[in-house]
Design a protein around this ligand. Structure first.
Ligand code: FAD
Length: 201
């Protein structure tokens, strides 16, 4: 895959790929070293989301809204339809490549024993075509190494809109405020668009 500049006037171009696939793009001009290192060494998580159906919602009867956080393979779960009565479902966010997570529920005493109804649905972003993982999981040192090339919102002296000439990398991977979240995708997109309107067009 190539991404080449034409000679002559160049159109401004925000590029909205996640950081990892950017490593496959051929740039015919030099990127700053911290950005090259970030793109080459960035890692997207291997999260999966599994939604499990239940015949009832017993976790609500034990005063739980279904939310749980853990440092085990099942990193988080929540009630997928908190306003729906009758049958219910829990969404599990699973990290790593381990898929046995139900046992982790036991200590939480959510009362789910015997209520599973066999329906389940799952998606693993690392295995989906067009994706290389879930979202940015920064390694130690990466943030400080590349923060001068991330987008930051805020007061004028805090704002950072890191265009490299006419090129900007946008998306959650390049947000200094909200990497890993949809806010990061939206934030970098609107800040780049505003920059183009104010400074370029
Ligand atoms: C399991 C899971 C749960 C999440 N939960 C939440 C949540 O609760 N709240 C929240 O705020 N965020 C959540 N997120 C994160 C959120 O989905 C992302 O932060 C957001 O989608 C990032 O948007 P983006 O535009 O930066 O990148 P993406 O949405 O990843 O878009 C990148 C696009 O680039 C395309 N692409 C990739 N490689 C290439 C290539 N080589 N050439 C051309 N195109 C390419 C991809 O197909 C994709 O369409 C979750 C993500 C996952 C995986």
């Amino acid at each position: 895959m190539g991404w080449r500049n034409r000679s002559g006037p160049r159109a401004p171009c925000p590029g909205a790929q996640p950081s990892r696939p950017c490593a496959d793009v051929e740039f015919t001009f030099g990127l700053p070293d911290p950005l090259t290192n970030y793109i080459s060494n960035s890692v997207l998580g291997t999260h999966s989301k599994v939604i499990a159906g239940f015949d009832s919602t017993p976790w609500r009867d034990v005063c739980s809204n279904g939310d749980a956080l853990s440092d085990g393979p099942m990193q988080a779960c929540w009630d997928s339809n908190p306003k729906k009565e009758g049958q219910g479902s829990l969404s599990f966010l699973i990290g790593g490549l381990v898929t046995s997570y139900m046992n982790q529920l036991a200590p939480l005493q959510l009362g789910t024993d015997g209520t599973r109804n066999g329906i389940q649905w799952g998606i693993n972003w690392a295995q989906e075509e067009g994706y290389t993982g879930s979202y940015t999981c920064l390694k130690p040192g990466q943030y400080t190494a590349v923060e001068s090339l991330f987008f930051f919102d805020g007061e004028e002296d805090e704002r950072q809109v890191p265009f490299l000439d006419n090129l900007a990398f946008i998306g959650e991977s390049f947000s200094g405020d909200y990497w890993g979240y949809m806010e990061g995708a939206a934030q970098t997109g609107w800040m780049a668009a505003q920059h183009l309107i104010d400074e370029v067009l």
